[in-house]
Each structure stands twice: as C-alpha cells, then as structure tokens.
Design a protein around this ligand. Structure first.
Ligand code: NAP
Ligand code: MG
Length: 475
C-alpha cells in the first residue's frame, strides 16, 4: 500500500480583505449598523474576515436600491439581460479556482467537492437561466409573463455559492432585482460574487448583498418593499417566515429540511449501492438537505451491505479540506457540531448501536467522524430528525411495501433513492414515494435543468428547470 503524500491546493489565489461592507446599488458601502461579525475557517478556527451585520436601515437601503433598479432591468429585452447572465457565468468559470478555494476556506468542505461539484454547477445555473431570459414567452406561462419586482432571498451555509446561484440566476433571468442575505458563517463567496457583478457591469441595484445573521434575514423578508421571498434553510425558520408572510401580497418559495430514505433492494449491485450510500450521506459532511440519511436495506442483504459499507468507510480520509485527497472536511460551525453530537448521543441513549472507522481527528477546528447507527427503530430521534451531519441511520425491511411505508414515515419529503436492477420495481417504488426528487441507482445528482423541491414539511415551490421560473413570474 502506498501512503498518500499531502496534496494541498494553494490558498494564495484568494485575496480576502480584513473587513467587508455591504454591496448596495453596485457599490461597497459602510453599514449604518455598527455591529460586525467574524467569519472563521472551520477547519482551523482561524478568523478569515470581519463582516458587516446589516440592520433594518441597511436592509431598507438595499431594498430601495433594488426597487429603483427594477423598472430599468425588467424593461430590458430578455436577450440583453441574457448577455449579463452569460457574462456572469463566464466570469465564474474564469474565477472558478479562486471561488472554490474561498468556499472551502469559509465553509470547510473538501476542495475536491467545491472544485468539481459546487463551482461547475454554479456556472451551469447561470448559463442555463441565461438561456431562458429571451424565451420566457415560450415557457408555457402565457405570451408575456411579467417579473414580480424585488426578490428578498435568504440562503444557508451548506452550499453558499450554489444556493446563491439557484436564487439569483432565475430571478434575474425573469427580470426581477434582488437583495440576498448569505448565511452568517459563510458570507465570503457571496461577497466575491458582488465583485463579479461589478466586473460584469451589471446595472447598479440589480443585485444587492447584505450580510448578517437571522435578524438581518428577518428584516429582509418582512420589508414591505419586497415582492417575493425565496428562502432555503431549516423547516423551523421556514415556518416562521410562512407565518409572518401569510396575508401579505408577497409570493413565497421555501426549500427546507429533509430526512431522505435511500432504499437498497436485494437485487441491487452491492458495490455500486455502497458507493451511492456513501455519496448520499457523507458528501459535504452530510450537510445536505437531500442527504440519504436513512438507509433502508432489505434484510436478506443487510449483513453483506453493512460489511462492505464499513470496509469502504475505513478508506475515507478526513482532514485538511484544502488537500485534494480529502473526502470529509470540517463541520461548518461549533454550533452545528454540538447539534450533531447531541443527536448522536440521543441515538446511543435510545438503544441504537454506534460505529465509526478508526479516524484521527485534527486538534483544532470542528470535526465529526463518519458514523453509522445500526439497530435503529423508526421511533428513534436519529430516524426522525434531520441531523445535517455525517451520520447514517440504518433500518431494514422485508417487502417493497414495507420499504415504501418506512420511507414515507417522516414529516419531510425532499428526496429519496432506490437501488434495484429491476425497472418495474424501481418505478413501482418511485411512484409511491412522497418526495420531490427520487434518484435511482444514483444519489445526490444535480442538474440545472431539473426541478428540485419538497413535499410536506420540506417546503413548497421548485427551483431549477422551467419550473424554477414560475416562482419569479406574476402568473
Ligand atoms: P437556518 O438556520 O434556517 O438558516 C438559513 C438562513 O436563514 C440563514 O441565512 C440564516 O441566517 C437565516 N435566518 C435565520 N433566522 C431567520 C429568520 N427568523 N428570518 C429570516 N432568516 C433567518 O438553516 P441553516 O442551519 O443555515 O441551514 C440548514 C438547513 O437548511 C437544513 O435544515 C437544510 O435541510 C436546509 N437546506 C435546504 C435546502 C433545500 O433546497 N431544501 C438546501 C440547503 C439547505 P444565519 O446564518 O445568520 O442564521
Ligand atoms: Mg466561515
């Protein structure tokens, strides 16, 4: 066996300023609010930069800038708006390495993922929606669909730049202007995106970025000048937002949590299924809304599958996210780490059996080893609540009907996976799963042309594809 030599990506390519203001009306402005917060690298706990904490007055200024830009942007022919979006997409590609390193520094995800998954998808989203900007009249929403106005967008920390792309690209393509609030712990790529908007000569006020915490997000979604709210985050906060927007004219889309089942039938190709299960829950440290966090395996193959899974997990490399050989990076924040620990302890206390491979943990930073729970009952908290970490709960079933029953036994419904060689069984199962996305013999596969969104408490509205235009048009 060969040892791996370190293969760190250089961080010299990124230029992080010590302190950032807000991006409003095409310019960097100092916030009126004096509060600031620091964003850290979760792999080292090193402070990366100090970021503004926008207050109500700052949010108001951003919304006003977006409202002022709206008549010009929305009146521009779609083909002209498309030019800006194509330009942004190309700039993202040109700066992909820099943005990938920045994302990994601020978020803790492995560079292999930010480089090979996040950034290509970010560019693809802008390219895809650039293509729609001059074809809205042919999208099936009537001959002259109109934009809504100012979109207030709030995103989480697990795919910072990708969630920004999911929000901003369709909004702009449809002729809306936006105010976006990135998550408190991962503001840096959104701030770099502001710079890309300047590079692309985007008209001032079309995109505004306000950093801050939950209160900033609340000030944005509740601002009377906002016409559309798009939120991705926890079901808990989504519920709060739905409540505060009820009865207003604002249009709302919610992309919330998940607790997906990954169902492996006995005829599935075992090694392929193991790779899919690993990718389903350990990709991005399990900080994935559609993660396959519940493995439902047919009883007849459960022992074999678990053995293969454990063997595979023994080869995963946890550590420096900037190392190109790293599979599992850092947990995004101390707060999230505490949540994962708490739920894992609850799993043990409730009687499930916990297992992790021997895995050295770095001294500094926030880390959690890949963890598998067996003997999990449907009533256990680890089978019901979203852990949002590298923790897999394994349950078994005997018949397809039982698999479907168990898979649907959750308040969530964002995604699911089905592993079988039989097309008829795959379709039978998929048509009975109450989930927005069902993958078969694959998992966590994303494409801008494909709609994504939830059933039940995973939210409403779709992002991606032609469906993704709907949330940004007055229909
Ligand atoms: P979160 O706590 O709900 O935060 C999401 C965003 O909302 C953050 O920017 C947050 O700011 C902000 N926020 C917090 N309180 C707010 C309020 N009262 N009003 C308005 N905005 C507020 O979620 P998270 O922990 O960052 O993200 C993890 C969750 O996102 C998971 O449940 C995951 O499943 C879900 N998610 C869903 C999808 C999807 O497409 N369905 C995709 C990715 C993630 P701060 O950062 O300052 O708290
Ligand atoms: Mg950070």
């Amino acid at each position: 066996m060969f040892e791996y030599a370190p293969a760190p990506e250089s961080r010299d390519i990124v230029d992080i300023r010590p302190s950032y203001g807000l991006f409003i009306n095409g310019e960097w402005v100092e916030p009126q609010s004096e509060a600031r917060h620091k964003t850290v690298n979760p792999a080292t706990e090193e402070v990366l930069a100090e970021v503004a904490w926008a207050g109500e007055a700052d949010v108001d200024r951003a919304v006003q800038a977006a409202a002022k830009a709206f008549p010009v942007w929305s009146a521009m022919p779609g083909a002209e708006r498309a030019k800006y979006l194509f330009r942004i997409a190309r700039l993202i590609q040109e700066r992909a390495r820099e943005l990938a390193v920045l994302e990994t520094l601020d978020n803790g995800k492995p560079i292999r993922e930010s480089r090979d998954v996040d950034l290509p998808l970010v560019a693809a989203h802008f390219f895809y929606y650039a293509g729609w900007a001059d074809k809205l009249a042919y999208a099936g929403f009537g001959p002259d669909p109109r934009p809504l106005g100012v979109a207030g967008q709030v995103i989480p920390w697990n795919f910072p730049l990708l969630m920004l792309a999911w929000k901003i690209a369709p909004a702009l393509a449809c002729g809306n202007t936006v105010v976006l609030k990135p998550a408190e712990t991962t503001p840096l790529t959104a701030l770099a995106f502001a710079d890309i908007c300047r590079q692309a000569d985007l008209p001032p006020g079309v995109v505004n970025i306000v950093t801050g915490a939950g209160e900033t997000g609340a000030a944005l979604v509740n601002h009377p000048g906002v016409d559309k709210v798009a939120f991705t985050g926890s079901t808990e906060v989504g519920r709060l937002i739905a409540r505060s927007l009820a009865g207003t004219r604002k249009k709302l889309t919610l992309e919330l949590g998940g607790k997906a089942a990954n169902i492996v039938f006995e005829d599935a190709p075992l090694d392929q299924a193991v790779e899919g299960v690993v990718n389903g829950i350990f990709f991005n440290q399990g900080h994935v809304c559609c993660a396959g966090s519940r493995l439902l395996v047919q009883e007849s193959i459960a022992a074999d599958l678990l053995e293969a899974l454990k063997r595979r997990l023994g080869t995963m490399r946890l550590g420096d996210p900037l190392d190109k050989n790293t599979d599992i990076g850092a947990i995004n924040s101390a707060e999230q780490l505490a949540k994962i620990r708490e739920l894992s302890e609850a799993g043990e206390a409730e009687g499930a059996e916990r297992w992790s491979p021997a895995c050295p943990i770095p001294d500094r930073g926030y880390w959690f080893p890949p963890t598998v729970f067996t003997g999990v009952a449907q009533s256990h908290r680890i089978a019901r609540e979203e852990i949002f970490g590298p923790v897999l709960s394994v349950l078994t079933f005997r018949t397809p009907a039982e698999a479907v029953e168990k898979a649907n036994n959750t308040p969530y419904g964002l995604s699911a996976g089905v592993w079988t060689e039989k097309g008829s069984l795959m379709l039978w199962t998929a048509s009975r799963l109450r989930a927005g996305v069902v993958w078969s013999n694959t998992f966590n596969r994303f494409d801008p042309t494909s709609p994504f969104g939830g059933y039940k408490e995973s939210g409403y509205g779709r992002e991606g594809g032609r469906h993704g235009l709907e949330g940004y048009l007055a229909l």
